[in-house]
Write a protein that binds this ligand. Sequence first.
Ligand code: IPT
Length: 992
Amino acid sequence: MTGIPRHAPRTASHAVEPPPGTGLPYFEDPSPGRGVLPPRAWYAGSDAARLSLDGTWRFRLSERADAEDAAFARPDFDDSSWAELRVPGHWVLAGHGAPAYTNTAYPFPVDPPRVPDENPTGDHRCRFDLPADWPGGPAVLHFGGVESCARVWLNGQELGHFKGSRLPHEFAVGQLLRPRGNVLAVRVHQWSSGSYLEDQDQWWLPGIFRGVSLHSRPDGAAVDHAVHAGFDHLTGRGTLCVTSEPGGRVTVPALGLDLATGERATVPVLPWTAETPVLYDGELTVPGERIPLRIGFRTVRVEDGLLKVNGRRILLRGVNRHEFHPRDGRAVGPGTMRRDLLLMKRHNINAVRTSHYPPHPAFLELCDELGLWVVDECDLETHGFGRQEWRGNPVDDPRWEPALLDRARRMVERDKNHPSIILWSLGNECGTGRGLSAMASWMRRRDPSRPLHYEGDRSCADTDVYSLMYAEHAEVERIGRRAEEPLADAALDARRRELPFLLCEYAHAMGNGPGGLSEYQRLFETYRRCQGGFVWEWIDHGLRRRTPQGEVWYAYGGDFGEELHDGNFVCDGLVFPDRVPSPGLAELKKVVEPVRIEAGGEGPGGAARTVRIRNLQDFADLSALVFRWTYEVAGEEYGAGTLAVPEVTAGAETEVPLPAVPDAGRGGGEAWWTVRAVLADDTAWAAAGHEVAWGQLPAGIRRAPVVPSGTAAVVRRADGGPLVLGPGAFDAVTGRLVSLGGSALTGPQLDVWRAPTDNDEAAAWQAGPRPATEWRRAGLDRVRHRVDAVDAGRDTLVVRTRVAPAGVDFALRTVYRWTARAGLLRLEVAVEPVGDWPVPLPRLGVRMAVCGSLGLARWFGGGPGEGYPDTRAACRVGRWELPVDALQTPYVRPQENGARPDVRWATLTRADGTGLRIDGEPDFFFTARRWSDAELTAARHTTDLTPGELLWLHLDHAQHGIGSRSCGPGVLPQHRLEAAPAGFAFTFSTVR
Ligand code: IPT
């Protein structure tokens, strides 16, 4: 607690004035603005009066910045012909103009600080009366966020203008207010010099998208205040010091504290951590105002090469969060913010990077309350300059320095009192430059209590943590061993090598995926230097639309006719646009679970005897959890209870004996213990019983292979008609199964194609192999099947084929061998690659089509959600049941989805319970859908898929991994599906 900084001087409106005489209009001038008050800490409320001006305003859109004069700002201007518009909101989402999506490209010619003539400009008017008890005197007008440049008038008087879209701006207005009929006029330009600093990967959404409010600031109200609350883990004591202008007193009843501002008190406290977010309620009283405080004691340090909070290394299980709502864009309400955080907490996420701008301040209050580590990132990205070797990059041009410093200040001053914020981030993807260094030195001076983050400068000259995005596993491992490639500058290299490491972005959650999470987590748990990271990203930014028939779909780049756009790259979240968790979130929850439950000592037949429980938390013991076990045989429960688990401190582990095998469960079938760690009591983020972690332990695998007994059926040949073998009938020419138990079907045929996932497609700018491109080039989407022989033996039907696309000489020789016994029809498939296979296979299995009435799926194997070779951690062995329609994962851009891994058997049944059963040997991936893979491949939006008459079944022996190549590493070698000889079998039977 040394060097508590004093407040920055609060006289000038901008401590660094813009360079004079640029001759540019205010919206193009690189300056941050004029007439605005210095920033201050945001707080939810005090006893000083506040008036929200949110609501229905009047609105007029012009195509250019200068299309209209400013007469609309006059109080008596007649706006009755204008449209109505909800504030906060984005006019492009309210029927005026259209949103546009680009990732890194500026959607206008790059000529900083100039912007195009086509500059949609929204004039807004709000008429308001003061409440009867409004105190009069000084007041400020507060804008929480306006994109991208606003010019403001109150009662005809111009107040000033500002840029910095996701930052607060305030004006002194007390002298202009009158009791009734006030008119606030705001002109908002979509494009400004500020747009060059806001090239984040998201929709361009102009408008007043955060709240507008009026705050009484009576004489003696706090101009600003800062809460410093550190924790000394050696003594267990916290030190509190609150500074404010003017000074006053601070009380914290629970700690018995009553002290003057500027004074320090050191008392025993419970510290704040993301796992134990203890907040002490207090109050700051200054002559003109009483401000409630929520104080969390914690100390952040970089020490011994590690990022530590309260003396301990922390592990970040984080996500990048943009503010997004499928209808309201970045105008995200408190309910949505809370929902995001509850979902995160319930999925074991403990950290948020506020990519790539400070969020609504209420979000940070919720992070304090619920417990998340926060990297608060400045509203800054100049990524588009990277497309031109960073020529003209504003962060390296002194003309922009006032704007950069203004942004740094507005973030730090607004957010400084949140215990949840452990790192400040300078911004995202800006290359390097003096402006960034200036921001960093200002931040260090202003707030020495928090380390700095910025990923874009590999030298780490201005930062306290080494951060990368999308680094491959192998590189993370090198960094973990502090054996990374050296920097050219030896001094900088030595410094960086001592820094803790995090991945500010990894595991790109676009579409089906991300794959490879488990392998990253293993690295984070092995190397103390690797302190975790932030998955990219939390939510798909699909904008909700409806077909004329009322069916919902989600729009992405290009759906608004943008001339330049980046398609569905904007949909890369762990939750769908409607915040329904995607399988990727289920996978993340399992992979980052804070408790690991594994088989301990082994008994006969590989059966677990004990369960090892590891507490992977950084602070909390396991007392918040109870451990429930069940014993299942063939997916059926034969016993359940609670395990007695002794106290396990953070980082420690224990091994507890498993109960005796329940007598009833000693029969045949595959047996498993499932141990689940659930919340013992209700918490602020989930109810008692919520499952935090689980593990499955083999209880002696007793699996009888499905070798049908009884006498072999013989092959019969109906006159000129099909070949018949047991319950199956086969086309005599093609050898394909055409009916089973009397029900017509299109029999199994080798299949290697899958509708490419976003990770299969890979980003266009990715160097190196892009799997889907290679697959198409190889022709895997158009393979042909040549039947070389249909050999009907006495009790065996053998069909020999050669499977290959046009134009190449490599192929898969595929032999189908059919036998039948006792009503079971067995297929053995042998696949032999011939020639030089240049690519891995998307999948290897058979595809068949059955009647669409078989709408209910039951299976024993991995579930309940989908899983692929490198995304199956969240699948547990069990018996599951879902309608076929519910097996589909509605990725915003349709693609391969819905496979259930490790399936032993599956049935598909009609409403009357009859149907089809498939047993696999070995386990298989089971997929069923009402459209073909060709249709799935062609679809651009979910509404392009219409259920057909048939169900398409995919019984896959293997799948290629998923990886994260849509923006990051591809499939790890162990999850690649190379063309190689393979054999697998299925047994088909009917269910009656
Ligand atoms: C990285 C960006 O930082 C992030 O904003 C987002 O665009 C993400 O990629 C992809 O969705 S930058 C990328 C070029 C590595």
